[in-house]
Design a protein around this ligand. Structure first.
Ligand code: FES
Length: 108
């Protein structure tokens, strides 16, 4: 099963298995990774699953849809490699993907 590494704002690393076909957000939620709130449950409307993807992995992702791009413009601590974890679908190709969790998510 592919693995994903979540790095907390304090530098702690959580390496978790995420089944192919599940989103990165679902993998984080199932393992109680702190900082991934996922208020909307994966609907790409809350922005509280924002992560910054390490550049070498970001280049392998499917392009974001316009709605995701618009939401990412509003998230705290956004960057050029920001994505919504609920829109990253795991696959063997992404085995080892590494993402940073921001210290702050959008407030609801
Ligand atoms: S869970 Fe709401 S935008 Fe990803």
């Amino acid at each position: 099963m592919p693995r994903a590494v979540f790095v907390t704002p304090r530098g702690e690393e959580h390496s978790v298995e995420v089944a192919a076909g599940l989103s990165l957000m679902e993998g984080a939620r199932d393992e109680d990774i702190p900082g991934i709130i996922a208020e909307c449950g994966g609907g790409a409307i809350c922005g509280t699953c924002h992560v910054r993807v390490d550049p070498e992995w970001y280049a392998l992702l499917q392009p974001s849809k316009l709605s995701e791009t618009a939401l990412l413009e509003a998230v705290p601590e956004g960057s050029a490699t920001s994505r919504l974890a609920c829109q990253i679908v795991m696959s063997e190709r992404l085995d080892g993907i590494r993402v940073q969790i921001p210290s702050e998510q959008l407030a609801f």
